[in-house]
Design a protein around this ligand. Structure first.
Ligand SMILES: NC(=O)c1ccc[n+]([C@@H]2O[C@H](COP(=O)([O-])OP(=O)(O)OC[C@H]3O[C@@H](n4cnc5c(N)ncnc54)[C@H](OP(=O)(O)O)[C@@H]3O)[C@@H](O)[C@H]2O)c1
Length: 231
């Protein structure tokens, strides 16, 4: 059995930390981004070109990963798209194509999950943990912030898709929208220090057995935020 993880939106922060930890745990790692670094091959990673705003690009990238490493049993969807407002506090000053491209990255979760589930169900991973984790934030859960309109719509779309899949496939696949928050449950200031925490939390979610709350909020110490879930 070959354990394979595909990180979509793999960069120097979360992607590098998650990839390094999973590699230590025996995984083969595909690092996907629009401009993958060929040097990563030397470090034992497999760089893959993928644009998360394009379903066709996601499909092609999975074909490559399936052929080169085997189908992933873990997919991390870490890509994000943020366009600042041309006029502060005026969300309708955002060019329509900026909103469309950010929304497309949110919708990319559908194409990626569709590709992932084919591999999860292929039989190769009958006995492997199967997990699809989207790097989230609090935007879907708080009052809309006009200055973040593009990223907000992306995260709202992807959170809803994760909730849908977590509900539908809870029997044997884990779907999480995992968000670092501050100790008081708000937007965190310590995100730049959180790469290793993300890696440990994702590892725990991958191996956590049954599906927990798809909306997984955690703090810099890696612990689940207490008290945010509805009774
Ligand atoms: N919890 C919070 O409050 C919070 C705060 C900040 C960020 N975040 C989330 O953290 C994630 C990113 O974190 P990070 O620090 O790991 O970022 P990072 O180190 O900058 O890596 C992200 C990588 O994604 C790639 N990327 C961007 N757009 C892409 C696309 N359309 N298709 C494929 N790859 C793409 C970029 O590489 P290329 O340019 O080569 O494509 C980049 O290297 C995002 O999901 C973001 O929303 C959460």
């Amino acid at each position: 059995m070959s354990l394979v993880a595909f990180i979509i939106g793999a960069g120097p922060h979360i992607g590098a930390a998650v990839g390094t930890l999973l590699k230590q745990k025996g995984y083969r790692i595909a690092l996907g981004s629009r401009n993958p670094k060929i040097d990563e091959t030397k470090a034992g990673f497999y760089p893959v070109k993928v644009d998360a705003s394009s379903p066709e690009s996601i499909q092609a990238a999975f074909q490559t990963v399936n052929a080169e490493l085997g189908p992933p049993n873990v997919v991390i969807y870490n890509a994000a798209s943020f366009h600042p407002l041309p006029t502060p506090e005026d969300p309708l000053s955002l060019p329509l194509e900026s909103l469309q491209s950010s929304t497309a990255v949110g919708l990319g979760v559908f194409a990626a999950a569709q590709q992932a589930i084919a591999g999860f169900r292929s039989g190769v991973h009958k006995d492997s943990s199967k997990a699809f984790i989207v790097t989230g934030n609090l935007l879907p859960f708080i009052t809309a912030l006009p200055s973040y309109t593009s990223l907000d719509i992306q995260k709202v779309v992807s959170a809803r898709l994760v909730e849908t899949f977590a509900t539908a496939y809870k029997k044997d696949i884990r779907f999480y929208f995992a968000s670092l928050v501050s100790p008081s449950g708000e937007i965190p200031e310590d995100f730049p220090k959180s790469a290793d925490t993300h890696a440990q939390v994702y590892w725990d979610l991958i191996n956590g057995g049954t599906q927990g709350n798809w909306d997984h909020r955690f703090t810099l110490d890696g612990k689940k935020l207490p008290g945010y879930e509805k009774p």
